[in-house]
Design a protein around this ligand. Structure first.
Ligand SMILES: *Cc1c(COP(=O)(O)O)cnc(C)c1O
Length: 217
């Protein structure tokens, strides 16, 4: 099936309030352009170098989402144009994003990445660290970043009840925080293998790569 028909299929399966971000990592700009031509505007990359290489080659109304671990010394390369940094996992990183956003006179939207999987390999804050960050004085003074929600990745497992449990725990946290933070509106969870479960558990943004573009080499 073509990229356009895969996008059409997925769009028809997800409700209108759920945003589709096409994960374009490892795929060249001409392939990203195919997704653009099929109507998608939001693209997710997990590496800064790859994002800054492709961004100038796509139309200016493309939205770029960083979804992979971000080192503080690389924030400056994406600060001029990035739409959303979904993988914020420390106050220090948030402060660095704020500094660079200020330089460019921008407000950068961020998601806080929360560790919900049972594996030890994934990045992210614990619920306790998340609360500490959001309640800190240092966070409250940041004027050029807006924390608009949470991102999480479930365990890579065939045990779908485990995956559902992990998404559900993040959704509960999200609902709780929405009560205190009016700007919270985005819950990013779900990839090719688990987006249907994620949406059932309250996701508002899915990050999908291989179901659109095929397997990465
Ligand atoms: C690669 C990646 C995805 C997309 O994974 P697929 O299985 O190809 O859909 C989603 N989120 C993050 C954080 C990723 O790194």
């Amino acid at each position: 099936m073509s990229i356009a028909s895969q996008i059409q299929r997925i769009q028809s399966e997800i409700p209108p309030h759920v945003k589709l971000v096409a994960v374009t990592k490892t795929h060249p700009a001409n392939i990203v352009q195919e997704a653009y031509d099929a109507g998608l505007r939001a693209f997710g990359e997990n590496r800064v170098q790859e994002m800054i290489a492709k961004q100038p080659l796509l139309p200016a109304d493309s939205e770029w989402h960083l979804i992979g671990h971000l080192q503080t010394n690389k924030v400056k390369y994406i600060a001029p144009f990035v739409s959303m940094i979904q993988s914020v996992d420390s106050l220090k990183l948030l402060q660095e994003i704020n500094k660079n956003a200020l330089k460019h006179n921008r407000m950068i939207h961020c998601l806080l990445q929360v560790f919900i999987a049972s594996e030890e390999t994934k990045f992210g804050l614990s619920f306790k660290e998340l609360d500490e960050l959001l309640n800190s004085k240092e966070f409250s003074v940041l004027k050029n970043v807006k924390a608009v929600g949470l991102m999480g990745m479930a365990s890579l497992t065939d045990d779908l009840s485990q995956v559902r449990k992990e998404f559900s725990s993040l959704r509960n946290k999200f609902d709780q925080l929405k009560g205190q933070l009016p700007e919270f509106s985005v819950l990013s969870m779900g990839m090719s293998s688990d987006y249907k479960i994620a949406i059932e558990e309250g996701s508002t943004l899915v990050r999908i790569g291989s179901s659109i573009f095929g397997h990465r080499t």
